[in-house]
Ligand binder design. Sequence first.
Ligand SMILES: [Zn+2]
Ligand SMILES: [Zn+2]
Ligand SMILES: [Zn+2]
Length: 142
Amino acid sequence: MSGAEELLRSKGLRVTRPRLAVLDVLAAGGHLEVDEITRRVRERLDSVSTQAVYDVLGALSRAGLSRRIEPAGSPARFEARAGDNHHHVVCRGCGDIADIDCAVGSAPCLDPNTAHGFQVDEAEVTFWGLCPACQTRRRADV
Ligand SMILES: [Zn+2]
Ligand SMILES: [Zn+2]
Ligand SMILES: [Zn+2]
């Protein structure tokens, strides 16, 4: 039994080829758009619809095996690194995304002075800036 199969079973999910393929694609790392995930899944399976990939990603996310992020101005992206409340830094130039460890490690890692009676369970932290490649490009442009 592969690690991906064990992972699915440990979450009570049925083991299917599309689920295994999507987990495999996500395990390679990065923050992938659905189109990219679908393209890579199709390299492994003969035919799989985009809708099927969406369905798999939904099931994996609900089970805590993948995480969905959606930075402003970017389509939704998925990653295998879930459950550690890490944050992201997004490049304003090219949209590249990198992980930033959460200093606290569990949500919500920021404590509002007043939550107006809300029970807060998450703070969505996104850092914005310029990636190294875009900084170089920008210096070369001037
Ligand atoms: Zn960049
Ligand atoms: Zn991430
Ligand atoms: Zn944090």
